[in-house]
Every structure is written in structure tokens, then in C-alpha cells.
Design a protein around this ligand. Structure first.
Ligand code: WTA
Length: 650
């Protein structure tokens, strides 16, 4: 983010205290929760844990062996039990999941229904040979079978690894192989803007190179339209298997520290990492943050618009809301199908009270204009949330005004796949909001902003966001790569967790997130590693070398720009641009498609051969070039800059 935008953020003077009516009824109204938690963080988390069901209570809240944490040590619990069985007495007929497909079909599952379906699918998994500790990969559209499968895995203690349906066959294969998953759950396809996403076809392609997979369970979602290559013996229809499965499946008594799931996310190397989340701490962290941040009440209709393929969906569509016994809405498709008012139609139809979405979506809605939300009755809404990237004050205020009708607090929540739970956020009944600021750490959370040397910086000075003490839902490691955990998160600054984000804190102690400071880019709220895209590019036979950077994009936050040098004998014609973009889509998925590709005879490098991304960013952002004195050949940059300006202007 540029210095100018930061200045604009800091000068943003508007304040939004909790509306009186909201505050009076809020779950948390007393700012003393911060001091209480600060005085005794472990006691604070233990009180939250006591709301939940444990087969055996923990002996110790936290065992902290920097950087290795164990939470609720010795405790035995089951997250599916807490999301389902716990509610059967009081909420048997309450709606657990309200789902709408893109074509407009609907399904409502009460807690009783969900409990039954999960029990059945847990038995299906068992019948396919899945045992406690075995990994199960889920590659599904946003349909109820996805949370059902997750909860079934949690029930029998088989860690799931959900792969976003937008990832390619190759990306799926790599994740399955890293996790050594035994079973893959997929669908014949999913709907997206009226088209079929060929999930089974991708899965088939992936399964050509996944020796660990013994079975694929296939949900019939799109029917005839999708060609499904059936492999008898390996492939099983979901509906056939479910029809034969008994309903009852007693939950496994899981240790607090048993693996609940892995979820792959991009980092600063070419290979995505399997972030590990365990059972007890993750359950407590997502349970309490859902309840407090979203002020969740018994009669709320809560809708988080994320895809369950990302951590936001794991924590705040599935586990957090269901652990609270909430009604959680799921929607399969895109916001512009069949028209640009789809979200608002859904809010109106289900009387959604809490809406949680991403800044990139809000900026898209802004671009489309207020006439779409104005067509619908949005008066049921009482709280709005955002996540995924910094929200610019303009988008915040637009959301507050045009979606929230000026009456709903907006909670800007900062967190990461690795943190598992929201860490920096307002409490809507307590916090006075400043548009563009995620405000302050959740009670019990320690966050600091430090300089290069790891020393805390003063008010309004930029620095690196670090976390100074363990929290219950923190990642426990990187699957199959123990060293990387230490190296990636706990080495940059001794004794604290490095987030990879830049931030400032103002004179009131409010945090302002400024974006990634590492080689991760955030495109429409999706994390993509520059090295991943570079590896995909150099995998193409024509490419000699590639450097990828994020460039500012008004709607997506950032877009991908690639500088590519071709091998001799290849010419940089327009078809090559398309071919390379398609190659990246094939290797990773459409979310990683470069927006711009620029061919160059050489990339700017230091004398030791390091590509100078900073200069590429300067070029792409049209800034005056930074220091070029360490360059091996400064002329390269000048030529590149001219070429870039020509291409961008063309
Ligand atoms: C960014 C998503 C500013 C940040 C839950 C972080 C944010 C990365 C915010 C994690 C926010 C997320 N304000 N930036 N409210 N929320 N980010 O792992 O750069 O997909 O490090 O988790 O998104 O992305 P991830």
C-alpha cells in the first residue's frame, strides 16, 4: 500500500460508537473484558472452554514451549459432538444450515437433520476403510455435503483437507499427495455463473498421480450435464453409499491436540504449506470469537459469504457458528448470477441478520452501484463484517451506509489461515469504530508492531505485526515439514510470531493493517505466493525466467503482474501471453491467472543474481524508480520501464 493511502487512512476522522440499541442487547458490553483477559489469559480461555462439552476436562490450559503450544492439555472432546449432539436437546428442529444453490434450489437442514447426515457419512467413511488419523481430501462446491463431510471427518477423528473447488487438477493432486489422503470426496460438478465446474474431471486427472487414494466418493450435483468417468471399485456415489449407511455413529473421544484438519495456504516458497489445526484450542477459539465478534444470538440468521475452501469458511461458516448452535447460511454461486442483486435477494429471503464478506466484494458492489441493494429489503441486517484484506475507508463507509442502512456496526476482522480464529477486531457492543481500522486485539490476544530489529515502534509508525503470546486456535505446525513452522513464523523476530503483515497503531491504540510485507500477494482476498506463480510460468517450455509481483487493483486489492523472459527461438506474440496465462490456470487455478504479462530480454538483478522485485513493483506502479545502484545492469530497468509503459498504455 502506498504511503499516500496510509496517510489518507490515518487522517480518516470519522468515528462510529456502538449504536445505543445495539449496545444494550450486545453479548459483550463491558470493556473490562479486555483487562480481565489481560490479567489472566489462561483463565479467560478456560472460562470459554467451560461452555463446551468435554468427555474429559483438561488438566492444564496451556503448555507453552516456545514456539510449541498445547492447549487444554489432557482434555478429550469432539468438535462434531459440540456442533451437533450438544444442540439436540434444545435445538433439534432449529435450522442449522440454510443452503441455496446457484440455480435457485434450496435445502434446509435442522440440527437433527445435520446430525443424522453426519452420522451416516461418518459410517460411509468407515466402510471405505477410513480410520482415526487417516486423512480425507474434500474437493467440493459450496453444497451441504461439504460441511457434512467435514463434520463426519471430525466425528471419527480423520483430519480433513479441503481443497477449494477453483483449484486445478494439478493443485489438487499436490495437496492430496502432501496429505497422503486415503479418500477423496468430490462432486460431478458445481455451478458457477450458469456453467458447470468439472470437479470430477479434475479429480480424475488428479487421481492419476495420487497413490494414497483408495476411494472417491462423488456427490451428484449437476446431473446429466457433467461427463463422469467412472472407475468401478474406486468410485462410489455419495447417495448410494448414504442410502446403505446406518445413522448412528458415536463420536471418537479426541485429544485436545489431535489433528482436526490441514488447510493449504500460500507462503513465501513455491510449495503451498499444510497448516495444521488441532481440536480443543481451535474449537474454543472459533466458538468464542464467533459469539463475541458477531454478537451471535439464538435467533440470528448468520451468513458468511466465503467459500469453505478457505479458512474463513472453516472457522466462520462451519465450526464457529455450529458450535454456537446458530443458523448458518450457505450459497453456492457468484454474487452476479443471474443478476447483480443476488446477495441482497438472499438477505431479504432468509432475513439474514449478520453478514460477513470481503472488501473486494464490497468494492465490486460499490462499482455496480446502490440500485441493486436498494431493490431489496435489507432491514433484517443488524451487524456487518469484513475479512481478507485491508478495507479502504470509502468501502467501509459505503458498506455501512448502503448495506447496513447506517444502523449496523461493521466489524473489520484481521486474521490468517495460521491463526485459525479472528485476532484483531472490534467487539461491536464495546468498540468505537474507525473506518479502515481492525481496531484492537481480541481479549487475551497479544499483538505488537515492531521495527526491523524487533523493537516496538511508536504511535503511527509503520512496522511489522507480530503476536506476542500463544492463542488457542494457533497453527500447530506445517504438515510434514516441522522445520518450516519454526523458520517461517518464529525466526524473523525472536520469541514472537511473525504475521507477514505490515501495520501501524494510532494514538488510541487502534491497529491499521497495511498489507503483506513478504512475497505473498492478496488477490481479491485470496492468498497467492509469487513463487508459486513463477514456478508455474517457468514450467512452460518457452519460459526461461519469470518474476511475479502484485500490482494495485481498484477492486481486487492486488492483481498479478508477471515479467517473463523467453527461451531462445520463442517470440513474444499475443498468443504467447494467452498461452502463459492458461498455463498458470492449469497449474494452479483461475485465481492465479496473471492480469498482465510483460516479456523482457532480461530481468533486473543484483550483482549476486537476485531479481529485484522492488524495482519491478516501481515500474508496474508507475513510480519513480527506486535505488538502482546495486543492479548488475541499470540499463535493463530503463528499457523495462519504457516497454511496460508502452504495453500498459496500449
Ligand atoms: C490479510 C484470511 C487487513 C492479511 C482470514 C493476512 C487482512 C492475510 C484482514 C491472511 C483484515 C486478512 N485487514 N488484512 N481485516 N484479514 N487480511 O490466510 O494480509 O487467507 O495476513 O486468511 O489476509 O489471509 P488468509
Amino acid at each position: 500500500m502506498s504511503e499516500r493511502t496510509i496517510e489518507a487512512l490515518l487522517q480518516e476522522g470519522r468515528r462510529f460508537p456502538p449504536p445505543e440499541g445495539f449496545r444494550q442487547r450486545a453479548n459483550v458490553t463491558d470493556a473490562r473484558v479486555y483487562e480481565d483477559a489481560e490479567r489472566d489469559p489462561e483463565g479467560f480461555w478456560a472460562r470459554a472452554a467451560a461452555d463446551l462439552h468435554w468427555f474429559r476436562r483438561w488438566d492444564q490450559v496451556l503448555e507453552w514451549n516456545l514456539p510449541y503450544a498445547k492447549w487444554f492439555v489432557g482434555g478429550k472432546t469432539n468438535l462434531s459432538y459440540n456442533c451437533l449432539d450438544q444442540h439436540l436437546a434444545a435445538r433439534r428442529t432449529k435450522r442449522a444450515i440454510v443452503w441455496q444453490g446457484e440455480p435457485g434450489d434450496e435445502r434446509v437442514l435442522t440440527y437433527e437433520d445435520l446430525h443424522r447426515e453426519v452420522g451416516r457419512f461418518a459410517n460411509v467413511l468407515k466402510s471405505l476403510g477410513v480410520r482415526r488419523g487417516d486423512r480425507v481430501a474434500l474437493y467440493l462446491p459450496m453444497i451441504p455435503e461439504l460441511p457434512i463431510a467435514m463434520l463426519a471427518c471430525a466425528r471419527i477423528g480423520a483430519p480433513h483437507t479441503v481443497v477449494f473447488g477453483g483449484f486445478s487438477a494439478e493443485a489438487l493432486r499436490d495437496r492430496i499427495n502432501d496429505a497422503k489422503a486415503k479418500v477423496l470426496v468430490t462432486a460431478d460438478g458445481g455451478w458457477r455463473r450458469g456453467n458447470v465446474v468439472p470437479l470430477k474431471r479434475n479429480a480424475d486427472e488428479a487421481m492419476q498421480g495420487t497413490p494414497s487414494i483408495e476411494h472417491a466418493v462423488v456427490v451428484r450435483r449437476v446431473g446429466e450435464q457433467a461427463a463422469v468417468n467412472w472407475q468401478p471399485g474406486r468410485d462410489v456415489w455419495w447417495h448410494t453409499a448414504m442410502a446403505q449407511a446406518p445413522e448412528r455413529c458415536d463420536p471418537e473421544e479426541m485429544d485436545s491436540e489431535d489433528l482436526l484438519y490441514t488447510l493449504y495456504t500460500s507462503g513465501t516458497t513455491g510449495k503451498p504449506k499444510g497448516v495444521m489445526h488441532t481440536t480443543g484450542g481451535y474449537m474454543v477459539g472459533t466458538y468464542l470469537t464467533t459469539k463475541w465478534v458477531f454478537d451471535l444470538k439464538e435467533d440470528d440468521v448468520y451468513w458468511c459469504t466465503a467459500d469453505i475452501g478457505w479458512v474463513t469458511g472453516h472457522s466462520y461458516i462451519v465450526y464457529g457458528p455450529l458450535a454456537n448452535g446458530a443458523t448458518t447460511v450457505m450459497y453456492e454461486g457468484t454474487p452476479d448470477f443471474p443478476d447483480k442483486d443476488r446477495f441482497w435477494a438472499i438477505v431479504e429471503q432468509y432475513r439474514v441478520t449478520i453478514l460477513y464478506t470481503a472488501p473486494t466484494a464490497i468494492r465490486t458492489f460499490m462499482k455496480w452501484g446502490p440500485s441493486y441493494p436498494e431493490k431489496h429489503d435489507l432491514s433484517s441486517l443488524r451487524l456487518l463484517g469484513t475479512v481478507g484484506e485491508p478495507i479502504n475507508p470509502e468501502a467501509w463507509v459505503w458498506y455501512h451506509t448502503h448495506i447496513g442502512g447506517g444502523r449496523c456496526p461493521v466489524v473489520d476482522t484481521w486474521w490468517q489461515t495460521e491463526t485459525g480464529m479472528i485476532l484483531i477486531t472490534p467487539l461491536p457492543g464495546v468498540t468505537t469504530l474507525k473506518p479502515g481500522s481492525a481496531t484492537r486485539p481480541f481479549p487475551g490476544i497479544g499483538a505488537e508492531i515492531v521495527n526491523d530489529k524487533g523493537q516496538p515502534v511508536g504511535p503511527n509508525e509503520g512496522g511489522y505485526l507480530v503476536l506476542t503470546r500463544p492463542w488457542p486456535a494457533m497453527l500447530r505446525g506445517i504438515y510434514g515439514d516441522p522445520e518450516r513452522y519454526q523458520q517461517q513464523y518464529w525466526s524473523r523476530f525472536p520469541g514472537v510470531y511473525f504475521t507477514g503483515d505490515g501495520a501501524k497503531r494510532d494514538e488510541d491504540g487502534y491497529f491499521w493493517l497495511l498489507g503483506r510485507v513478504d512475497d505473498v500477494i492478496n488477490v481479491a482476498g485470496h492468498r497467492i505466493g509469487t513463487y508459486e506463480v513463477e514456478s508455474a510460468l517457468v514450467d512452460h517450455p518457452a519460459v526461461a525466467e519469470a518474476a511475479v509481483i502484485g500490482v494495485t487493483d481498484e477492486v481486487k486489492g492486488q492483481a498479478i503482474a508477471a515479467f517473463v523472459t523467453l527461451k531462445e527461438g520463442h517470440t513474444s506474440v499475443a498468443q504467447m501471453v494467452e498461452a502463459l496465462k492458461e498455463h498458470v490456470v492449469k497449474k494452479i487455478g483461475a485465481l492465479a491467472r496473471p492480469e498482465q504479462i510483460l516479456f523482457t530480454a532480461e530481468l533486473p538483478k543484483t550483482r549476486s543474481g537476485k531479481i529485484m522485485r522492488r524495482l519491478l513493483r516501481d515500474i508496474a506502479e508507475g513510480r519513480i524508480l527506486g535505488d538502482t545502484t546495486t543492479l548488475a545492469d541499470p540499463a535493463v530497468v530503463q528499457v523495462l520501464k519504457e516497454r511496460y509503459e508502452e504495453t500498459a498504455g496500449a
